[in-house]
Design a protein around this ligand. Structure first.
Ligand code: MRU
Length: 362
């Protein structure tokens, strides 16, 4: 995607030094476009854990490149297994992280240590390229949903939660890919952007991305979605996901479930967009089996923003001695999901629906 006319991906290797992995520091957006230059496994682990880089498909690709950096330091089998485990441990909910590292290990375990670095870079690049291509395909498969509404009503209003745009993937995004395709096709598309407390990925990242691409959008408080739906101001919701079970349950940023409930109560289609790397074929009951990341209560009690003098500051909004809980994701049961938009097309959020699109997994 483009920032001020310049094409970027969310992760890339420095063209003059393969030992440098480049990423946007997402904790600095929307105030500054800072590029991190990472050279060590521990820096990559820190970037994922601290959410300098986040979004399920992106952390998978970044972890794969993180393993490349680790192998440059030590390509022995023992070090490789240890470093992959260390990277996999950085965040628990998004399955893409483990999927990418397992894919890397499957390729590298059969590769002599002397060739591992070169092969690892090839595999990480394949993961990144496939993610970009799959997300663009998600955009194509989601586009008709927006086109149908725009054709009937002149305009299409989409509600989204968290950031599932190109910043959260290698390129295009998942939930935002159909929106970018619709906008580029000349449809009148407007996006309601949930602010997405506590980390504000919607207000800080989704709104920034959409703005850079020229897509009309409005940031709303997380609690506004139900009201907007009751008043006919939302035609459909599209969200991304961090893990989908083989039965179609959807883990995504905390608050997604409440939007799905409101959508069901108002007969509004609730779609989930994902590349197949986000499907956990080993899990069937999302509520019971998907681990939900618990993050620091400080993310709830405190808010970070820019002061009028341009300084970035974190201020406390909760009473000084109140403790806070911070589950970072929730699970939306498949029955509340209208359908899944994948790189192979759309399907019901069900075991049958997923099996029909991915018969090799049957
Ligand atoms: O905690 P985050 O910001 O990594 O959570 C990200 C989300 O919940 C996204 O919606 C999800 O990863 C889909 S990404 C295309």
């Amino acid at each position: 995607m483009r920032i001020d006319g310049v094409p970027y991906r969310s992760v890339w290797v420095d063209s003059s030094d393969p030992g440098v992995l480049c990423l946007f520091d997402q904790t600095k957006l929307p105030w500054a476009l800072d590029i991190l230059r990472l050279t060590h496994r521990d820096q990559v682990a820190h970037a994922i854990r601290s959410m300098q880089v986040r979004g399920a498909p992106l952390i998978g690709a970044v972890a794969a490149y993180g393993l490349c950096l680790a192998l440059r330091a030590d390509a022995s089998t023992e070090a490789m297994e240890r470093d992959a485990a260390l990277l996999a441990d950085t965040r628990p909910t998004a399955i893409n992280l483990r999927w990418a590292l397992e894919r890397m290990l499957t390729r590298l375990r059969n590769t002599p240590a002397s060739e591992r670095v070169a092969v690892a870079y090839q595999e990480a690049a394949a993961i990144a390229d496939e993610d970009a291509a799959q997300n663009e395909a998600i955009g194509q498969h989601g586009l008709p949903l927006l086109r149908d509404v725009a054709t009937a009503r002149g305009r299409v209003n989409v509600l989204t939660h968290c950031n599932a745009g190109w910043l959260a993937t290698v390129d295009w995004g998942t939930a935002l890919a159909p929106i970018y395709k619709a906008h580029d096709a000349g449809l009148d598309v407007h996006v309601w952007v949930d602010e997405t407390r506590p980390r504000n990925q919607g207000a800080a990242l989704t709104a920034w991305e959409l703005g850079k691409h020229g897509v009309p959008h409005t940031v709303v408080a997380d609690n506004a979605g139900g009201h907007l739906m009751q008043h006919g101001m939302v035609d459909l919701a599209i969200v991304g996901t961090d893990r989908v079970t083989r039965t179609g349950d959807v883990a995504n940023k905390i608050g997604t479930y409440l939007k799905a409930l409101a959508a069901r109560d108002n007969d509004i289609p609730f779609w989930v967009a994902l590349p197949s790397s986000t499907i956990d074929w080993r899990v069937s009951d999302g509520i019971a089996e998907i681990p939900i990341e618990e993050r620091s209560g400080a993310e709830v009690t405190d808010v970070t923003g820019r002061l009028p003098d341009g300084q970035i500051a974190t201020v406390r909004v909760a009473a000084a001695d109140s403790p806070a809980a911070n589950p970072a994701f929730d699970v939306t049961p498949a029955r509340l999901v209208t359908g899944l938009i994948t790189e192979r097309g759309r399907c019901d959020a069900s075991a049958e629906g997923l099996r029909a699109l991915f018969p090799e997994r049957a």
